[in-house]
Structures are given as C-alpha cells and as structure tokens.
Design a protein around this ligand. Structure first.
Ligand code: GTA
Length: 318
C-alpha cells in the first residue's frame, strides 16, 4: 500500500515470501532462466559478486544479471545455526570453511531483460570508457538529436505512473501533475536489507527529460521531491535524510526525469562524480542561475562503442 500525503506506513522490509511473487502476485516463471542459453559473458566482477550474461530465451535475445546479495543481520543466527561447515584448512588459531547455507538463506538476486535490444547488450558489456565534456551548445547540436532517435524506451516508466506495473511497490505518491512524483524501490534493490537501500522518484510530468531541461521553473518540483521523498523514506524505513545520497544521473539511461535515493553507505552503480549530481547542488545551482543547466558544460562518461561518442569524435570534441 502506498504511503500518501495523509497517512504514514509502518517500517517494513520485504519478506522472502513477498519477494518470491511477481508484480501482480503472480508466481515467477522458472522457464525464463532455465530456458536461457548462454552466448557470452558481458561482464563479471568478483568484488561486486555479480555477472552479466548475454544469451537467448526461446530465440529472443536476453540479458541475465546474477548478483549475490548482502548477508542479512536479521537471519544471521538462523544462518549460523542451520548451516553445515566444511573445513578447508586449519593452522594454529586460524581456520577457513565452506559454510553450506540452507537454500532460502542463499539466494541470488536475478534480473532478466527480455527481449533485450542491442543497446541493452552494449550497456552491460564491459568496455573502455571515455569522459566527454558537453557544452550547452554541444547538447543542442550533438546530444539532443542523437538521443531523440536512439534512447531506451521509457515504457516501464509510463507503466509505473499509470499503475500498470509495480503498483504494489509504490512507497509514496504525490499525484500533483506539476510537482508530483512516484517513489518506489529501484529494481536493483531486493528490499531485504537497508545497507543497499535504493529507491527512485519518478516525476509525473512527461516533458522533463534530464538535468539539461531544468530551470528555476522546476524548483518547486525538485524541492518537493527532496522533502517528501526523504520524509517517506524516514517513515517507511527509519532512514534519516543524513543517511541518504539523493542525486540525478547525467547522462541518464532513461530520459524521463527521475531522482535516485540510495543509502550513503552503499557504493551504488553510477554514484561516482562523473555521473551523479546531488539534488541539493542542482537546487542551489538553479536558485543562483535559472539557465545553469542550459549553458554550462557537463562532463559524463561514454562507452567506447556508444554512438554518441562517435558524434563527439566527428565534431572534434574528443
Ligand atoms: N523499479 O523496470 C524498472 C526499472 N528499470 C528498467 C530501470 N530501473 C527500474 N526500476 C524499477 N523498475 O537506477 C532503475 C535502474 C536505475 C534507474 C534509471 O531506474 O535500476 P538512469 O536512467 O540514470 O539509468 O536510472 P542507469 O543508472 O544507467 O541505469 P542502470 O540500469 O542503473 O545502469 C547503471 C549501471 O548499473 C549499469 O551500467 C550496470 O553497471 C549497473 N547495473 C544495472 N543493473 C544492475 C543490476 N541489476 N545489478 C547490478 N548492477 C547493475
């Protein structure tokens, strides 16, 4: 149930049973992964304990992301009591083991993109990255024409705003058509622990695509997102604003304005300085100069085979 302007919601993380169900309470289809035929590994990272795989599900291109999730404090004593220990080595006071946990305490978060476009596959492929500096003019001459023809579909965003998907996951909604937004868990967060808390606020307005569109006209929208988003997270998860990193991406993958709320302790993908713009900085920049994001240069990373990088190279900007 969404928290609304009028009511609070109890602090609650998802139970295993709730997470096992699809959006509308439907059981998840096993065949999506059991029918998956691996073509190649796009990327893997031992430190982040994830792997991005390209393959096919019944002739359709798909990307599957497998990720080991953090160890949860609330299941720690059950984990230690109900697991088997297999000794690997012992030396003096030191010993290492393989702990074999029961299945329900040993899950792997799995994300499936199917059918996946070539752009999805490229997005997850490990590639060399270049930093581009985009002036306001570069945005209008190079970036805008490119993204107008090449960007990812925002159908999933419209589904959320129209309650056709993820309606039961909404944490808070302000329905105002100008300053309103929907706040819900990002699909990178399994909602089982607060260490990697990650929510997104998606604005109801459809005419604001990215940071570049923002002027002082949007200050009521941005301050509303900040205040009500933080309040809702405090009420729902007991996480205070001082424990949150609230920011926008530039460039985003999806051109419909949204704001990321992550735990400040969590090194979320895309939270580095070359991509993340703190909402508080954005608000102050617009208060000082309404045309700040219209005219100033913004730096952002582009992957080696990104068509936009080619446009910048052709224009002699890289
Ligand atoms: N609730 O259907 C959705 C949905 N989709 C399609 C995207 N998001 C969604 N949330 C819900 N339902 O934080 C989320 C994304 C992202 C935000 C869009 O919306 O998770 P953005 O427009 O700034 O795009 O934000 P961004 O940041 O490039 O997207 P994304 O997917 O986070 O990719 C950034 C990097 O994160 C990737 O290159 C990859 O390195 C990493 N990454 C992506 N997905 C995963 C994953 N599942 N597990 C681990 N790492 C991941």
């Amino acid at each position: 149930m969404a928290d609304s302007e009028n009511g609070g919601a109890a602090k609650r993380l998802k139970t295993d049973a709730e997470n096992d169900c699809g959006d509308a309470g439907e059981p998840v289809s096993d065949s999506l992964v059991s029918d998956f035929e691996i073509s190649r590994i796009l990327r893997d990272c031992a430190r982040e304990k994830n792997i991005f795989i390209h393959g096919k599900v019944k002739d359709q291109d798909a990307v599957v992301i497998l990720e080991k999730t953090p160890i949860r404090q609330d299941t720690l004593s059950e984990l230690l009591k109900s697991s088997q220990l297999k000794l690997e080595m012992k030396n003096d006071v030191y010993s290492t083991y393989q702990l074999q946990a029961p299945a329900h305490l040993n899950e792997i978060k799995t994300t499936v993109v199917c059918p996946a476009t070539e752009k999805h596959v490229k997005k997850y492929l490990h590639q060399e990255v270049f930093l581009v500096e985009e002036s306001g003019e570069d945005f209008r001459n190079l970036t805008l024409p490119y993204i107008s023809s090449q960007c990812f579909s925002v159908q999933w965003v419209h589904n959320i705003l129209e309650k056709k998907a993820e309606a039961d996951r909404i944490v808070f909604e302000d329905p105002d058509p100008d300053t309103g937004f929907v706040l819900l868990p990002d699909f990178k967060w399994d909602q089982k622990q607060l260490q990697d808390l990650y929510l997104i606020a998606i604005v109801h307005r459809k005419d604001v695509k990215s940071l570049r569109d923002l002027t002082s006209e949007h200050l009521p929208l941005l301050t509303n997102i900040r205040r009500k988003g933080e309040d809702a997270i405090q009420r729902q998860y007991s996480v205070p604003p001082s424990k949150l990193r609230v920011y926008l991406h530039y460039q985003p993958s999806y051109y419909h304005l949204h704001v990321h709320f992550t735990s400040v302790e969590y090194d979320a993908p895309g939270c580095r300085v070359e991509r993340a713009h703190l909402l508080s900085d954005v608000i102050q920049n617009l208060q000082a100069d309404s045309s700040h994001y219209y005219k100033r240069s913004l730096a952002f990373p582009l992957r080696a085979d990104d068509g936009l990088l080619l446009k910048f190279k052709e224009a002699g900007k890289v």
